[in-house]
Design a protein around this ligand. Structure first.
Ligand code: NZQ
Ligand code: ZN
Length: 385
């Protein structure tokens, strides 16, 4: 096991009616809040009005910025930064999913910086300050409610890039599984794939003596696999929604990556897809991850065999290649969620394979479980066709 430091100070307020605690939480961080949300689901569900009422009761002044799109855009982030500076905003409340939270994180950083917020994504500026951020989560998926990162798409070149720092972890995250009842099956499924991918990116590691985090990961993955059909069969199954929601946070708060080297190639390979084609991140991962696994099975199959046995239930005496059987069963599971598992199923052809591979890595290497060259990444896109 590698040496590590672990700190995840986001206060999780989980359960039915947990949004009623918003007033007491947000008041800890300021009196003038930027309320940030997406394209309308929070208006439709009535959550927006409840939030407005709670903030008014708490005596908090509100400036609103809506319109965050999935794969959140830099232009709206810049708008948010300008609003915060103009109104002397002292904290941000993100109500939504990963896209809203990521947009809010970038605004939180950009408001405390003189230059252009994209500088943090290019490495030109180092993150040292950000406005405090609170979250009401409406979709379990990205894990951004307690992660330190943000992923933003720059429309100039359709570059989807991430940046992060401990200062960006939300101060609190309100998580009421009932708020996820209104999710369409497609969004529910995308979220499930993303949280599984966050575990797998850490699980596929060459670091030895990591039994605890291996088994924590396997427990979380099997819990997600057991509860996925339940939430798709019955959108209002509270207990199954709760299992999935908590799994999504634990998948990406860093705990399962402690003491081990993660991989993260599949995420980068996917980000190039959603950067260019604007597909949902979870759907992109459902296409990329099996292809990445197939590539790795050829050169480093050991952990894939463990995954096959312990997570996908392939018997140890299986007559055939255990790793390949595990990948096949994983694909079958993804299909049961109605996710695409081939680029062709998302209407993506081979036109941009070289470009995407170059944007991923240039002339360097990507990932750790297997280190990938640009040519390997093109091969993975081909395996995903
Ligand atoms: O915009 P609205 O109308 O709210 O609709 C959203 C959106 O269309 C809808 N939705 C959310 N909650 C709902 C709901 N619809 C009905 N009922 C509800 N309760 O769902 C759609 C997707 O929302 P989005 O926020 O885009 O989903 P997600 O949470 O999957 O976030 C995806 C983004 O997070 C990034 C991804 O790359 C992608 O841009 N990631 C962020 C990470 C991080 N910061 O740590 C890590 C991840 O790996 C990921 O890269
Ligand atoms: Zn992800």
């Amino acid at each position: 096991m590698l040496d590590f430091q672990f700190s995840c100070p986001t206060k999780i307020i989980f359960g039915k009616d947990s949004e009623q605690q918003l007033g007491s939480q947000i008041s800890l961080y300021g009196r003038k809040v930027l309320l940030h949300y997406g394209g309308g689901s929070v208006i439709k569900s009535g959550l927006h009005q409840r939030v407005i009422n709670t903030l008014a009761e708490a005596g908090v002044e509100v400036v609103e910025l809506s319109g965050v799109q999935p794969n959140p855009r830099l232009s709206l982030v810049r708008e948010g930064v300008a609003l915060c500076k103009e109104h002397n905003i002292d904290s941000i409340l993100a109500v939504g999913g990963g896209s809203v939270i990521d947009s809010a994180k970038a605004i939180a950083a950009g408001t405390c910086y003189e230059g252009d917020v994209w500088d943090f994504f290019t490495g030109k500026a180092q993150l040292s300050e950000a406005l405090p951020l609170g979250v009401i989560l409406t979709i379990p998926a990205a894990g951004s409610e307690s992660s330190s990162g943000t992923v933003i798409t720059n429309e100039d070149g359709w570059l989807k890039r991430s940046m992060g720092g401990e200062i960006l972890r939300p101060k609190f995250a309100i998580m009421n599984p009932e708020l996820t009842y209104s999710l369409p099956p497609y969004q529910t499924a995308c979220g499930i794939v993303d949280m599984m991918a966050h575990i797998l990116e850490r699980y596929f590691s060459n670091t030895e003596s990591v039994e605890l985090t291996d088994r924590l990961s396997e427990a979380a993955l099997t819990t997600i696999i057991n509860n996925a059909p339940k939430v798709l069969d019955n959108a209002e199954d509270y207990d199954a929604r709760a299992e999935i929601m908590w799994a999504g946070t634990l998948a990406h708060n860093g705990l399962m990556g402690t003491g081990r080297e993660g991989d993260w190639a599949s995420h980068q390979i996917e980000h190039e897809l959603s950067g260019i084609y604007d597909i949902a991140h979870g759907a992109g991962l459902a296409i990329v991850f099996p292809a990445w696994m197939k590539f790795c099975q050829r050169v480093n199959p050991s952990k894939l065999a463990q995954f096959a046995e312990r997570v996908m239930g392939v018997p140890a005496d299986f007559d055939g290649d255990i790793a390949l059987e595990g990948i096949a069963r994983f694909e079958t599971f993804l299909r049961s969620l109605a996710m695409p598992v081939r680029l062709s199923e998302a209407d993506i052809d081979n036109r941009h394979f070289e470009e995407m591979a170059t944007k991923c890595i240039g002339d360097g290497l990507l990932g750790n479980y297997v280190q990938l060259s640009r040519f390997d990444i093109v091969e993975i896109y081909k395996l995903a066709q």
